[in-house]
Design a protein around this ligand. Structure first.
Ligand code: GLV
Ligand code: MN
Ligand code: MN
Length: 429
């Protein structure tokens, strides 16, 4: 893609102010009513806390000069019209749901920076040739329902209608939760597909230590790692903790414990970038004097490429089955979620690297081990991602933090990127 013929950037103080506002909004969203708990930030898909965030994000977008709509899966989409109505829009998105006990910036910062880009253009009374659409997705983390990225998959056109029947830990299905949130319980999933975009762009905290080690505020994502999630169950026999000799037990939890360590050993010895995580576990019936009869745990497997991830999945299935067999307990494993590795678009990434360099960065490139809505939206349009340094690389943790100066650098790079892309598509106004 050609470089900019001309680039107009706002006075840095103004962009600095908008970056500060983006950070402040993330921090505001970290408290009730936008969090399920006053003690920690937890905002899961379609909870009252999520719907409160949907409401305030709609208001922020309207205030920034966008026309706003809410789609059938509670994605907020704000639109800032372009000067050429024949061009499809550029979508800038990220997510406003969180993991349990989350940091304030994962996902949220990308949405707030998208809104800040529109504010920056609006303050100048400027339009790009294409419209900008800012998307705030509600379900990137998968912290409530079995599948993740329901909302972005609906917009990208890759969601199966059966996903609406997935249930949370309390048995509430996605369709029930939509109804409780005041939305139609059975939206026509096919009609939620976006008609098409010139590109999808996402800014996100890095959630890892690479940028900090490279002494860079910003980086350009080369690709997003492949991921799979599984529901694993060991079925033993519940029994009396005092009367059942050790040799005669069929303990589901000790089987699971051996399985979890085997997963760790396998992944640690596996190919570069292979990671496996057991992040949730429940044991039933769950009493100190009862041998656990049933154990459920999730397995999250990721690798830079699909082949390494799938080879690990196949091997671990066998390892876990053999543990169950030896311990004479039952075992089942169910596929919950499968997203292939997703390369970023080269031309867009080069343009983004130019934009980052124009703001003083080196344009360092790095891989994303974390999943992002971008890996789903790549089905709809070429995607590019900008990473922002976060302290210590810490994320999925309340200690997550960003430097305001880094966020300002990100906003400057984003505005520069938009103008460069605008120059490619016609005359910025
Ligand atoms: C999202 O944060 C993920 O990578 O699981
Ligand atoms: Mn995220
Ligand atoms: Mn996350």
């Amino acid at each position: 893609m050609p470089g900019p013929s001309r680039e107009q950037v706002l006075a840095p103080e103004t962009l600095d102010d908008l970056a500060h506002l983006a950070v402040r909004r993330c921090l505001d969203l970290a408290r009730p009513p936008y969090s399920e708990s006053p003690e920690e930030l937890t905002r899961r898909y379609l909870t009252p806390a999520h719907m409160a965030a949907v409401d305030i994000v709609q208001r922020w977008m309207t205030h920034a000069g966008m026309t706003v709509r809410l789609d059938g899966l509670a994605t907020v989409i704000g639109r800032y019209a372009g000067s050429n109505p024949d061009l499809p829009p550029l979508i800038i998105g990220s997510h406003i749901d969180t993991v349990r006990n989350a940091g304030a910036f994962d996902g949220n910062l990308g949405v707030m920076l998208g809104i800040a880009c529109v504010q920056a253009l609006g303050q100048q009374g400027r339009r790009l040739p294409f419209a900008l659409e800012i998307a705030a997705f509600g379900d990137e983390e998968g912290s409530r329902f079995p599948q993740a990225m329901l909302a972005s998959r609906a917009l990208a056109g890759s969601l199966a209608a059966s996903a609406l029947d997935g249930a949370d830990a309390r048995g509430v299905r996605v369709c029930d939760a939509l109804g409780a949130a005041g939305l139609p319980t059975r939206p026509d999933i096919a009609s939620l597909k976006h008609p098409g975009a010139i590109a999808y762009f996402e800014a996100h905290i890095e959630q890892g230590p690479v940028l900090e080690a490279a002494d860079q505020a910003l980086g350009i994502v080369t690709a997003i790692a492949a991921q799979r999630r599984f529901a694993c169950r060991f079925h033993g026999t519940a029994g009396h903790a005092g009367t059942t000799p050790m040799a005669l037990r069929h303990d589901a939890l000790t089987a699971a414990a051996e399985a979890i360590l085997a997963i760790e050993t396998y992944c640690a010895a596996g190919p570069d970038g292979l990671v496996g995580t057991v992040g949730t576990i429940t044991a039933e019936p769950g009493a100190p004097n009862v041998i656990p009869g049933e154990v459920f745990f999730t397995l999250d497997l990721r690798a830079p490429n699909n082949a390494d991830r799938d080879e690990a999945a196949d091997a671990l299935r066998v390892v876990l089955r053999n543990i169950a067999k030896r311990r004479e307990v039952g075992f089942s494993i169910e596929d919950l979620h499968n997203l292939p590795a997703c390369p970023s678009d080269d031309s867009l990434s080069d343009l983004l690297a130019d934009a980052v360099r124009s703001t003083g960065g080196s344009g360092v490139r790095l891989m994303s081990g974390a999943g992002h809505d971008a890996m789903v939206m790549a089905d709809l349009a070429p995607m590019a991602m900008l990473f922002i340094r976060c302290a210590g690389g810490i994320s999925h943790n309340p200690a997550e933090s960003v430097e305001p100066g880094d966020v300002a650098a990100a906003l400057r790079a984003m505005v520069s990127f938009l103008h460069r892309l605008g120059d490619h598509y016609g005359v910025n106004q």
